[in-house]
Design a protein around this ligand. Structure first.
Ligand SMILES: Cc1cc2nc3c(=O)[nH]c(=O)nc-3n(C[C@H](O)[C@H](O)[C@H](O)COP(=O)(O)OP(=O)(O)OC[C@H]3O[C@@H](n4cnc5c(N)ncnc54)[C@H](O)[C@@H]3O)c2cc1C
Length: 642
């Protein structure tokens, strides 16, 4: 996720931002707000357009200062509507948070919106950033990158378009046929499109993709501008096997099985979306199994091919920063020691390739690291200033404390009667409703007959050790082939082992063993080679891993249907065009969060909620594919000979 270039900002008369890169203003120096309202918000029929809809999606080219977004959000809130607001916008040269804050000083009546938005404004990293506001009822997908490329990663249906890039003469890239093609592809029948320009080639380009365009009076000194609506649907069937047909949002009664971090955050998001949600957890409390550790690190795993990992990390940091629960424990910042020459090389490459934005990562020499960490380090490494640690078990309990959670209930069977799902616990029917989410980590096999979600059980033991005079000086978590946390009340946590286990249902894995303590002792030697630690006790639990180490998130598919329908599509000229996939309607999964679930769960819960709501997905299509429950099957199908 590399950093994008700056728009090179300067200020006209100290109040209007200008991009020197494009030699153009972000909004009219005369009255930017009135112009935005005229051209875009009212031009596209808001607030009346919200009426009678469950969700309304605005698409925008050129996020700029976010003025149009803030105004749309305000208009939406003042309309006091039940309709949810979704907003997809693209920006190739993002402003910094400080620049936005300065611009917002001149936005009259938008203070509270600007202030709230800035708390969520993402770091400068290419790709999608999903921002959830107004208790989940406003969702902004801010895409940092080139417009056609970014929109190509979206599947969705837009109700209204704001074309607000810099003027076509200054920024022709934004007004290319490839961008117009994407606008046509992503539009609902009847979608309104509005722009400040009256350029003839823009009119013709939009007509070519199905919009009926006309000129109307421009704002202020501008004589004319363009407005139109999609008359001819231009949708070519470019369906992918991992798409789920979009639908209008319908409030549903949903059961979430599992009160770990995946279940708790999914339930939270679904409640915010307006669904009725009940969680079933077999233990007496939430967060006692995989999510039951005392501490969990939120820290990126930096390697050269882990785009999703970095994305999930950035999303988690922003999510936990803005959560209404005090999540972070201890000071922020984590150090990753380069423990051998391979790490030194990897760290060098990571820094050279800008895997993370510069605000999120720094290289420290051995001396710098020792000073930062408060005690001598064995080498240099990477410093992540915004990383930190949370208490998984407490977090799950805090998240679910105000939810309808039925503890002590083991779900033994999921079945469908007509179009209603039933959950059984032994002989008892404990739930009847529209949808079920399995958030049961590795234990899906017993509940789901429709497809095979291959899982691997990987046991992990953490050890609690007594601090020594030197180790108690450690100020921040130290990682590198394991982790050591700063001491609390004289104890450190060192972890965690990674052990192959037979299967999830063989429960002796919770026993703390000497063999595993020994493995953790080895990790300690990497950090403090000459020091002996006294081991006090520990905790062991299970990670649910998938064969490719990526989580599984999405709708449950019917294996028989996929094999029958898609085998033929994998070969020959139609290989990229798939019939719309058939799913087991109302059954979903979020599992296999592996070794980083505390970090990936916030974004994964958003992905799952988008499938259930039938709206556009908050991550790029390539990540949807990577997370999709049918991906292993599709790999098998692709490998099969025609
Ligand atoms: C030792 C160790 C250290 C880790 N360290 C980190 C870390 O530092 N950072 C990080 O991000 N991640 C870490 N992880 C990974 C992280 O803890 C997991 O990815 C995450 O907790 C998985 O959450 P989950 O909700 O999917 O699973 P779980 O927390 O296991 O939740 C599943 C829930 O489903 C319930 N359940 C299952 N079947 C049923 C049923 N039939 N009926 C009712 N309830 C059911 C279970 O009781 C359980 O509560 C670590 C994991 C381990 C094991």
């Amino acid at each position: 996720m590399s950093e994008l270039a700056s728009p090179q900002l300067s200020w006209k008369e100290n109040k209007t931002p200008v991009s020197d890169r494009f030699d153009d203003v972000y909004f009219s120096a005369d009255d930017g707000i009135a112009e935005s309202l005229y051209v875009f918000i009212h031009g596209c029929g808001m607030p009346e357009a919200f009426e009678g809809k469950n969700a309304f999606t605005v698409g925008e080219t050129g996020f700029g200062t976010g003025l149009n977004f803030l105004l749309t959000w305000k208009e939406w809130r003042e309309a006091k509507t039940d309709c949810q607001l979704h907003y997809i916008s693209v920006e190739a040269f993002p402003l910094s948070k400080e620049e936005l804050a300065q611009a917002y000083q001149t936005f009259e009546g938008l203070d509270e919106y600007g202030e709230e938005f800035l708390k969520h404004y993402p770091v400068n990293a290419a790709g999608f950033h999903h921002i959830v506001l107004d208790e989940g009822r406003v969702k902004l997908t801010l895409m940092f990158g080139e417009a056609a490329e970014m929109f190509a990663q979206v599947e969705g249906e837009v109700d209204a378009w704001y074309l607000d890039g810099f003027a076509p003469s200054k920024n022709p890239e934004m007004w290319r046929a490839e961008v117009f093609e994407q606008l046509g592809r992503l539009s609902k029948e009847g979608a309104i499109i509005s722009t400040f320009t009256a350029a003839g080639f823009v009119k013709r380009g939009l007509q070519a993709v199905g919009f009926e365009m006309r000129k109307r009076n421009g704002y202020g000194r501008k004589r004319e501008s363009l407005i139109g609506a999609l008359k001819v649907s231009n949708k070519q069937l470019k369906n992918k096997w991992y798409f789920k047909p979009l639908k209008s949002f319908v409030k549903q009664k949903i059961a979430v099985i599992g009160g770990g971090i995946a279940g708790a955050l999914t339930a939270r998001r679904l409640l915010q979306d307006g669904h009725e949600v009940v969680i079933f957890e077999r233990n007496d409390q939430a967060g006692l199994e995989g999510s039951g550790n005392r501490m969990g690190l939120i820290k990126p795993r930096v390697s050269l091919d882990r785009g999703f990992n970095i994305k999930a990390y950035l999303s988690a940091v922003s999510f936990y920063d803005n959560l209404d629960i005090d999540v972070w424990k201890g000071p922020r910042g984590i150090f990753e020691l380069a423990k051998d020459s391979a790490d030194v090389l990897r760290h060098k490459m990571v820094m050279e390739k800008n895997i993370l934005p510069s605000s999120e990562i720094r290289h420290l020499s051995k001396e710098e690291a020792s000073e930062m960490m408060g005690t001598e380090m064995q080498g240099g490494g990477l410093w992540f200033p915004n990383a930190g640690y949370v208490e998984p078990s407490n977090l799950c309990q805090a998240l679910t404390s105000k939810m309808d959670i039925r503890t002590g209930v083991t779900i033994t069977k999921i079945s469908k009667q007509d179009d209603q799902w039933q959950l059984l616990s032994g002989e008892d029917i404990v739930f009847e409703g529209d949808a079920v989410v399995m958030a049961t980590a590795g234990e899906n096999a017993a509940l789901n007959d429709y497809c095979d979600l291959a899982m691997r059980a990987r046991r992990g033991q953490v050890s609690y050790v007594k601090a020594t005079k030197q180790s108690e000086k450690l100020k921040y978590p130290l990682t590198g082939g394991g982790y050591l946390l700063p001491c609390v009340e004289g104890e450190h946590i060192i972890g965690a082992t990674f052990e192959h286990w037979k299967d999830f249902f063989e429960k002796s894995y919770t026993e703390v063993t000497e063999v595993s303590h020994e493995k953790n002792r080895e990790k300690l030697k990497t950090f403090f080679p000459d020091m002996e630690f006294e081991f006090i006790c520990g905790r062991a639990s299970m990670r649910a891993m998938t064969p490719d180490h990526n989580p599984i998130v999405g709708p449950i598919y019917s294996k028989d249907w996929y094999v029958k329908e898609y085998s033929a599509f994998m070969h020959g000229p139609r290989a990229k065009n798939f019939a719309p996939a058939e799913y087991v309607e109302g059954l979903y999964v979020i599992c296999g969060l592996g070794a980083r679930g505390m970090q990936t769960a916030p974004l994964l819960a958003d992905v799952l909620s988008s499938y259930i709501a039938g709206t556009h997905c908050p991550v790029e299509n390539r990540y949807r594919e990577m997370l999709h429950p049918a991906r292993s099957l599709m790999r098998e199908i692709k490998k099969a000979k025609p």
